[in-house]
Design a binder for this molecule. Structure first.
Ligand SMILES: Cc1ncc(COP(=O)(O)O)c(C=O)c1O
Length: 436
């Protein structure tokens, strides 16, 4: 069980050092309150162990890549095999070429692949290549959609006081004001408003970028099919950000799951097997702008990175994908996810806290509101303080989740599910006690 009381002096010392040498004492992602902070010693399957030896059932999973769980034997073996052959070449290698070929087999829109080292880079370069293809500069994204941490992405991801569409709100200090002129914002799941914005601005647009499953919000099928049809009509490339959904919702990602194929996609997380690898994938007609034969021409898109297509990451990715191709894997992932997701909603109902569990089986979250979660503005009606209490009370009981989602893995079994469901009820009681 996790609690500040159980923290050993060596872990306290590490946290003190971290507080001195890292801004805020963290790496930039989810931050637990001080009394619940910990330093990971190791992780295996669905469990993480901290330096004091306390164990956590893990629904954070490295922020998503570890759909097989931690240190999966097939991934470890593949990485060990590659390690002894060298760690990086900045050249083609067997695992890199094989992974690109497998991605093209799996992902419906993928005719070609350009590797990057992170998902943020993948969306950034997808936008750049779309600009080169379309010879326009503006992009349209959806309110509440997240595409990583570059300047174009951090627009209207989490505005507390949203503006009228299509005006953007920057989500970070340090973003040049000029970027706002290049980003339009539309409401997710609102086809009429999106169509009106596209009708007015398509002549200036290089691309529409969207998470097909936006954060925790499933799309109305008529909405994503409509966005696909309208962007095709106006010849504006449609980019799916499948960093979360790629190889998670189905082997072919959300584009297979929802049956809507974009022009380009950004994939990451699972495809790198827990290493630094992501990719821009898409139609060859657009991807050709990345090919060196165009170098020196105004059509050429410059993109390179020291670790792009790293062979260790590619080996880990290939091993992960091989496991995901086994029969029955996706039904099992969905069954586990549905059980935990349903149990969370039932626990909230039983305790009497108004709440909606939103998402799909492999990724979901609870919102403390009586409104169904169909778009970003609905999420603003949820009680953030209650959500913080819930996440912290789970952590106190040894359940680790992302700040705003549960990721499910194939390694979560009966014991983990039972422990998790017990913790749900206890944590939700704490939420209920704190209500006015
Ligand atoms: C939908 C989406 N796009 C892009 C990113 C950025 O990926 P990375 O953290 O690898 O830069 C993330 C990260 O969580 C994401 O969830």
């Amino acid at each position: 069980m996790a609690s500040a009381a159980g923290r050993k002096p060596e872990e306290d010392a590490l946290l003190e050092t971290a507080a001195r040498v890292l801004p805020g004492g963290v790496l930039g992602g989810y931050t637990a309150p001080r009394d619940l902070s910990f330093v990971v010693r190791e992780a295996r399957g669905p469990r993480v162990v901290d330096v004091s030896g306390r164990e956590y059932i893990d629904y954070l999973l490295g922020s998503g890549p570890l759909v097989l769980g931690h240190a999966h034997p097939a991934v470890v073996a593949a990485v060990e095999r590659q390690l002894s052959k060298g760690t990086t070449y900045f050249q083609l290698s067997e695992p890199t070429v094989a992974l690109a070929e497998e991605i093209c087999r799996a992902v419906p829109c993928a005719e070609q692949v350009r590797f990057t080292a992170s998902g943020s880079e993948a969306t950034f370069f997808a936008l750049r290549v779309a600009r080169a293809f379309r010879r326009r500069e503006k992009i349209l994204k959806f309110e509440g959609g997240f595409h990583g941490t570059h300047d174009y992405s951090l627009m209207s991801v989490g505005p507390r006081a949203p503006k009228a569409f299509p005006a953007p709100t920057p989500d970070s200090a340090g973003i040049p004001h000029a970027i706002q002129e290049h980003v339009l914002i539309a409401p997710f799941n609102d086809l009429a408003e999106t169509e009106a914005i596209l009708a007015a601005h398509h002549g200036d647009l290089a691309a529409v970028i969207m998470e097909p499953f936006q954060r925790l919000i499933p799309p109305d099928l008529a909405f994503i099919k409509g966005v696909r049809a309208i962007t095709a009509r106006y010849d504006v490339p449609l980019i799916f950000d499948e960093i979360v959904t790629g190889f998670r919702f189905a082997y072919g990602g959300a584009q297979e799951y929802y049956g809507v194929v974009p022009d380009l996609a950004a994939i990451g997380k699972i495809v790198g097997g827990g290493f630094a690898l992501a990719a821009v994938v898409g139609r060859a007609e657009i991807m050709r702008h990345l090919a060196p034969e165009l170098e020196g021409s105004p059509e050429y898109v410059t993109q390179a990175g020291t670790l792009n297509g790293n062979p260790i990451a590619a080996a880990a990715g290939l091993a992960t994908l091989a496991e995901l191709r086994r029969p029955g894997v996706y039904p099992r992932l969905f069954e586990t996810g549905n059980r935990v997701k349903r149990a969370l909603q039932e626990a909230a109902n039983a305790v009497g806290v108004p709440a909606h569990v939103a998402g799909e089986a492999p990724v979901f979250e609870i919102y403390f509101t009586d409104r169904p979660i169909t778009d970003y503005r609905a999420t603003l009606t949820a009680d953030r303080a209650q959500h913080r209490v819930f996440t912290e009370e789970l952590l106190r009981r040894g359940i680790l989740k992302a700040a705003q989602k549960f990721y499910i893995s194939l390694s979560h079994g009966e014991q983990e599910i039972r422990q998790t469901v017990e913790a749900f009820t206890a944590a939700l009681r704490k939420v209920a006690e704190g209500r006015p």
